[in-house]
Every structure is written in C-alpha cells, then in structure tokens.
Ligand binder design. Structure first.
Ligand SMILES: NC(=O)c1ccc[n+]([C@@H]2O[C@H](COP(=O)([O-])OP(=O)(O)OC[C@H]3O[C@@H](n4cnc5c(N)ncnc54)[C@H](O)[C@@H]3O)[C@@H](O)[C@H]2O)c1
Length: 295
C-alpha cells in the first residue's frame, strides 16, 4: 500500500501534537524544525505523552511504538518534496510563515497542499504568498491536539473545493470533528472565547467578583472545564493579548480593546503557567489567586 506522507513544519507545542495525531492515523510524518535539539525535544514530548497514555491503558505499547516509528525528525525543509500535505505550525509571525511557504512552494510538487495552523493570521493573506492559493487552507487545531476534538477548517478566498474536501478527509482520518469557518479575524472559537475572557476581565476590574470566583462560577454554572483566568494562564497571557490585538485591529471595533489589566501583566513578564505567574501564582507549587491584580 502506498505510504502517505505529511510534513509538519515546527516541532513546538502544536507541531509535535499535530505530528502525533497524524501519525496516529497511519501517516508517515516528517517533523521539521530548525535544529536537531528542537526536533529531538518535540519527539521526546510525543514519547512522554504516549507513555502516559499507555500507563492509563488508553493505548497499547505496540500502538505507541507504531506511532513513534511513523515520525521522522528533519532539519531539512527539502524533505517536504515527498509530502502530499504540509502543515505549518511555526511561531505566530506573518513574515516567518510567508518566508517558509514561499520556500515550500518551490520545493513541493504542484499537487501538494498546504495547511496552516495559525490562530490569528488570515488565511487569504498567507495564501497570497504562494502560487497555489487554491491548494492552501487553514486547519486550526486546539491545544493539546491529541485531547481537543475540534478542528476549524478555514478556506481562503481562492481555496478550491478539492482542497476543502482533502482537508475534511484528513480531519476525519485523524478522528477529529470539524467546523467550517469563514476567514475572519479570530476565526470562530477564539473570537467567542476572547469575548468571554474580555468580559471576565471587565468584571474583575469593576470588582464584580474575585477572580477565583469568576472561574468557579463559569465552571459550575456553565460547565466549562476551566475558568477564563485558569484557561488564560494555561494558554499564555501573551498569546491571549495577541488574539485581542488581532481582533481589535481586524474589526476596528473598540469592543475588542485589550484589557489594560492584561496588558500590565504581559508587560511585567507574568505570562501564566509557563512563567510561574499570571492571574494565579504557581511558584509555591500550588495555584494561588493573585491579590495584586484585583480589588
Ligand atoms: N499554543 C496554542 O495554544 C495554539 C493553539 C492553536 C494554534 N496555535 C498556533 O500554532 C502555531 C505554533 O504555535 P506553538 O504554540 O506550537 O508555538 P511554539 O513556540 O511552541 O513552536 C513554534 C516552533 O516553530 C519553530 N520554528 C521557528 N522558525 C522556524 C523555521 N524557520 N522553520 C521551522 N520551524 C521553525 C520553533 O523552533 C518552534 O519549535 C502558531 O501559529 C500558533 O498561533 C497555537
């Protein structure tokens, strides 16, 4: 049987997760990043997360080995030449993504189709960097990709029906659910989630409730698995601020103006779980609500 090959560009948090779910569906995955260390770290993270699933008896040791055997690390972008599809998951910087896609456009055969996992750059803008904008699409995963079941499919203005069909088929193969979303700033989930988070920040600033109580309320009343402040810390406050700036710039509507409280935390370097402090303080090993960010 013909072996189907997908290249994932970027072996960070999302790229490694996407490589894992893609290999889990039987594709050979080339996981590409700029140096051997980063690629090696990405593959180790996949290995650790598969081992934890083996421990929980969610997958067998054989399945773990099979998935790992399908993932090949690469530091040469030329390896994309044998892929039927390339999924890009590098830093959220337009110039970087544009440069990578124009290189890929030269390397890959015309039939190869390109997907981006961008959370905030519009697909039509990125598609304009390649000659195959008909074979370019947004496939937006959520973090962590092996747990979150949804993927947003975002066609650009020139994306062909065939490409949409291929993206839908791919998502079905990796056993995710998809929703088709128009190419607008923030797409769908981030836009709605940003509105909810902004309102939570407003309530905190107005002293409507304490931050831990806002989290508690949304978990217990609306069934959210994490409160808006907990989720913001998990995702990274810098990432959250970037989403709000994108919405604010994209819609030119003051309702998306980033919260001054959030800006202050990002300026101070408190970016959430990854720096030990965000809306909560994690430095003692416990999750303590910050007193200095509320009334
Ligand atoms: N983190 C999330 O919650 C999340 C969710 C959905 C989508 N996204 C999007 O996914 C993308 C990646 O985000 P992430 O959180 O995985 O970032 P990350 O910082 O964990 O990983 C980015 C990776 O890109 C690599 N990279 C940079 N330049 C490169 C180049 N020239 N060639 C190859 N690799 C290069 C970096 O070395 C790094 O490993 C972004 O577009 C982000 O907006 C992130």
């Amino acid at each position: 049987m013909e072996q189907r090959v997908v290249m994932v560009v970027g072996a960070g948090q999302m790229g490694a997760g996407i490589a894992r779910v893609t290999a889990g569906a039987g594709y050979t995955v080339i996981l590409h990043d700029v140096d051997d260390n980063i690629v090696g770290n990405g593959i180790s993270r996949i290995e650790q997360s598969l081992s934890s699933q083996v421990q929980k008896e969610k997958i067998s040791i054989d399945e773990k080995q099979k998935i790992l055997s399908l993932i090949k690390g690469s530091t040469s972008i030329d390896d994309a030449g044998c892929a039927e599809m390339v999924i890009e998951a590098v830093f959220e910087e337009y110039d970087l993504k544009a440069r990578i896609f124009s290189v890929l456009d030269e390397i890959c055969p015309r039939e190869t189709f390109f997907a981006t996992n961008t959370s905030s750059i519009q697909i039509t803008r990125l598609a304009s960097t390649v000659k195959r904008s008909d074979r370019f699409i947004g496939i937006h995963f959520f973090n962590p990709p092996h747990i979150m079941r949804l993927v947003e499919i975002i066609p650009g203005l020139k994306t062909s029906r065939e490409t949409i069909g291929k993206a839908l088929l791919f998502v079905e193969k990796i056993k995710k659910e998809s929703v088709m979303v128009k190419d607008v700033p923030g797409f769908l989930v981030n836009r709605i989630n940003a509105a909810l988070r902004l309102e939570a920040y407003n309530c905190l600033m107005e002293g409507v409730a304490r931050l831990e109580d806002i989290d508690k309320a949304l978990k217990l009343a609306l069934g959210h698995p994490m409160g808006p402040f907990e989720l913001a810390d998990f995702v990274g406050l810098d990432v959250g601020l970037h989403v709000l700036q994108t919405l604010h710039n994209g819609y030119k509507d003051p309702k998306w103006r980033p919260s001054p409280l959030l800006e202050k935390l990002v300026w101070s370097g408190d970016l959430g779980c990854k720096t030990g402090k965000g809306w909560y303080d994690y430095t003692s090993g416990q999750k303590i609500p910050r007193k200095d960010v509320q009334f």
